[in-house]
Write a protein that binds this ligand. Structure first.
Ligand code: FAD
Length: 316
């Protein structure tokens, strides 16, 4: 499989999580604790977002390094290309490869809103970034040498692992797309460029996902399409994600969150709602579930336990 399982206590279906690099340098301990708690659930990978324009690139790599060195989980780096020169994007990819990162989510990213004529960069789409990552790995030696501890001068020569390249998919259309089939065409182009996995934008109804998968398969998309699920535990987060994603308001969830007076109650509502979605997706044949964790482990692990994907531990 493109993304190998990490741990011994396997969840019922493949799971994965998304984190973001902290916006300020400190405190990092809470994020490390979250990573350890998520790693204990044996995800296939933990992905780390990347700020368009490169502002938090270094911090992204710090989090990825921590996952690589302090857990047995595969770290997956989001990379964006909007606003980058060809040379700049190639340098960035090499920096991540040199740090031992071998799984990527290749994205275009969003141009800055506060500039009237932002520099969009040399790469026009994420499919071109997929090609660039593929080329960067092809230019590296096909094997690597590691010193053998305790044997001076001796090296172990091992074949280099191939990189995994994931891409984004939009079950309800990207806000920028101008015709209905454009998102499928874009996904086909990303697959042709070498992507081996698609991860979806959040959505609220299982049918949105299944209909998109069916349309994609009919058009010739063969790579797995992993549903991205975002547990929503507050009205403020709901309006923020609707604004960013262009999704339609899920009225039932919105009303339930609005009328619930306590934080605990809203968390329970968000968990139950996301768990119901996870259950329907898995029962309908989704190849796994990818959860947007917002740097908190309790909510996403709660969703997976509630959905029967993980055994309830009560530990978190
Ligand atoms: P593309 O695949 O290049 O295009 C997106 C869509 O735009 C296509 O599906 C198509 O419908 C349309 N399109 C493509 N080409 C054209 C064209 N020439 N003209 C008009 N429309 C076109 N952003 C970040 O900054 N950092 C992150 O870490 C990050 N992580 C993400 C993770 C996931 C799972 C998802 C779904 C999104 C993430 N994003 C992130 C947001 C993403 O960068 C934006 O949605 C961006 O606008 C599109 O990126 P893309 O890679 O999907 O672009």
């Amino acid at each position: 499989p493109p993304f190998a399982p990490a741990g011994a206590t396997a969840p019922r279906v493949p799971i994965s999580f998304e984190l973001y690099p902290p916006r300020t340098p400190a405190p990092i301990e809470a994020l490390h604790e979250t990573i350890q708690q998520l790693a204990a659930a044996s995800p296939r990978f933990i992905s780390v977002t990347y700020g368009a324009g490169g502002s938090v690139g270094g911090r992204s790599l710090d989090v990825l390094r921590y996952i690589r060195e302090q857990t047995s989980v595969e770290p997956l780096a989001h990379l964006t290309c909007v606003g980058s020169t060809y040379a700049g994007a190639s340098r960035l990819i090499r920096e991540f490869l040199d740090a031992g990162i071998l799984s990527f989510l290749a994205l275009r990213g969003d141009p800055p809103l506060d500039e009237s004529e932002p520099f969009l960069g040399d790469l026009e789409s994420s499919a071109q970034l997929v090609q660039l990552i593929d080329r960067a790995q092809a230019e590296r030696a096909p094997y690597q040498e590691r010193p053998i501890p305790g044997v001076p001068g001796a090296v172990q020569v091992t074949p280099r692992r191939k990189v995994n390249i994931a891409v984004a998919a939009y079950p309800n259309g990207h806000p920028r797309s101008t015709y209905r089939h454009q998102d499928i065409d874009a996904l086909l182009a990303k697959q042709a460029a070498g992507a081996t996995l698609a991860i979806t934008q959040l959505f609220f109804h299982p049918d949105d996902y299944f209909a998109f998968v069916e349309r994609s398969r009919r058009a010739g998309v063969t790579i797995p399409i992993l549903p991205g699920i975002m547990p929503i535990t507050s009205p403020a987060r709901l309006s923020r994600v609707l604004e960013l994603s262009g999704e339609e308001l899920p009225a039932e969830l919105s009303i339930a969150l609005e009328v619930e007076p306590t934080v605990e109650g809203r968390t329970e509502i968000g968990i139950a709602h996301a768990a119901a979605l996870v259950r329907e997706l898995v029962d309908g044949g989704a190849p796994g579930v990818h959860l947007y964790a917002f740097n908190q482990h309790r909510t996403v692990l709660g969703v997976l336990e509630d959905a029967g994907i993980l055994q309830a531990s009560g530990a978190h």
